[in-house]
Design a protein. Sequence first.
Length: 173
Amino acid sequence: MTIRPLVILPDARLRVTSEPVGTITGEVRKLASDMLETMYDAPGVGLAAIQIGEPTRIVTVDTSKDKEARNPLVLLDPEIVWASEETRSYEEGCLSIPEYYAEVVRPDRVRVRFRTLDGEVVEQEADGLLATCLQHEIDHLNGVLFIDHISKLKRDRVLKKFAKAAKRGQEAA
């Protein structure tokens, strides 16, 4: 397992639509393993492959709070097949937009269809934090960021802040 560098806003790769996984190979398994290691190291509760520069439809999630009771979930080619009409507001953050948090309203419950690393097609219903996390990570696979769900004014401020930080980083290099 390898901890991979995170792709940080304003990197254009975060807006790329990821490609289907296709055949489950050793490379796919290694990528999923690296993603879990990177997610836990960050630390975060979810990670999409594009966040480590891989435009592949893979998501890792673990909303457990206890390091001893980890419950990792690897989703290949996940898609939301149902969402509740009831919504829930949750303060979201993102490993690709470090140290920025905002309230985002999303469906409270979702049903997600995905393949496991064994190739099994599964449908799983989720609510609360897990539902929010799954929606957030699946958005990443479609080039959508959580800041796309907040007001234009707030989003523009965040984009400007991260563009300036990236420019300062390039000038220092």
